[in-house]
Ligand binder design. Structure first.
Ligand SMILES: [Zn+2]
Ligand SMILES: [Zn+2]
Length: 338
């Protein structure tokens, strides 16, 4: 059997090493994908550190995968060899358990597969995935542009489209990093009156470039008070992982406003009085499943939403991972297999 190149973590917390591995064979219900590009996401820390139950090593991380179908198991329908597909965090679902039958396929009770965490992911030339984990990739979207939309894009797009906000309403995106720089673009393209909130006056030009109608510097101003001056936010999408930064803007919610938690801080202090008097809500948002990724890609292609990437070849995966961890990347790090 032929070999492929991959970057793997050999033991819990270990470094990413470039290795040769046998090209994997698709099992029941699976396709094999020849990877073109794979984003490096902060959640790849879960793979490296083995932070999920059932984690095992060696493990190939990567859950922002775009490539072409290279081989299919005999029982797979709906996909063909050569077709462009994406694979995200959700490694597929059964369609038969009670959560799946209720439409909550992200909460499938039987198929507990997390791409690049509980099974090998896309820091490799080939990867296998369940057909239920595949998103179709529009022709006009380059692989390097599509990859970050499979997780960072999906998470923000899917939260915004399920937020309940209507065109013209005030929607704030907290954070202008990997998620936020896509979230601001999506919010503006969806027709919301879009406010970007980040630290430092120097980010104002970037916010405007991404389509924000208003930029609020959370260091130089009271962002919550500024949101209230604008009428109060219908929705605040929090992409940061800092609980204090979240708390500082929550007071900017308007009547019946909704605060959506996308990043996971260790703890978060709430003010129930404000929530009760404003009939406000706080919800967390899981990224989504394959059809949500497919919709994200289609909307990205339609509206021109594109990630800003720093691109590394597979051989420099360890450097790419460190760059992502540094928090200094502008704004997504992507591995190019070509
Ligand atoms: Zn991710
Ligand atoms: Zn299920």
């Amino acid at each position: 059997m032929a070999n492929m190149r991959a970057a793997q973590v050999s033991k819990r917390g270990g470094a990413l090493e470039l290795v040769e591995r046998p090209i994997p064979q698709p099992g029941a219900g699976e396709v094999r994908v020849k990877v073109q590009a794979c984003g490096v996401c902060h959640s790849d820390v879960f793979a490296r550190e083995g932070l999920f139950p059932g984690a095992s090593f060696p493990r190939i991380p990567g859950h922002e995968i775009v490539g072409t179908v290279d081989a299919l198991a005999a029982d797979v329908t709906g996909f063909q060899k050569g077709q462009r597909v994406g694979i995200g965090w959700n490694g597929g679902y059964c369609g038969a358990c009670d959560p799946c039958r209720r439409g909550y396929t992200f909460g499938c009770a039987t198929t507990r597969r997390i791409t690049g965490v509980s099974l090998d992911g896309g820091y490799a030339e080939y990867v296998c995935a369940l057909a239920s984990a595949l998103a179709r990739v529009p022709d006009e979207l380059a692989a390097l542009d599509a990859a970050p939309l499979m997780c960072a894009g999906l998470t923000t797009y899917n939260a915004l489209r399920n937020s309940g906000a209507r065109p013209g309403e005030l929607v704030a995106v907290l954070g202008l990093g990997g998620l936020g720089h896509l979230g601001v673009q999506f919010a503006a393209k969806m027709g919301f009156r879009t406010v970007a909130i980040a630290r430092g006056a120097d980010k104002a030009p970037l916010a405007k470039e991404l389509g924000a109608h208003v930029y609020l510097d959370s260091e130089g101003s009271d962002a919550a008070a500024e949101l209230q001056k604008l009428g109060g936010a219908r929705v605040i999408v929090a992409t940061v992982t800092n609980g204090e930064a979240m708390q500082a803007v929550m007071g900017g919610l308007g009547v019946a406003g909704k605060f959506m938690i996308l990043g996971a801080p260790e703890s978060l202090t709430l003010h129930p009085g404000q929530l009760i008097s404003g009939r406000q809500s706080i919800v967390a948002w899981y990224s989504g499943v394959s059809i949500d990724s497919q919709d994200t890609l289609a909307f990205g292609a339609l509206s021109g939403v594109r990630p800003m990437n720093e691109v590394f070849p597979l051989e420099r995966a360890a450097e790419a991972y460190e760059r992502m961890l540094s928090g200094k990347a502008r704004f997504r790090v992507v591995l190019d297999m070509a």
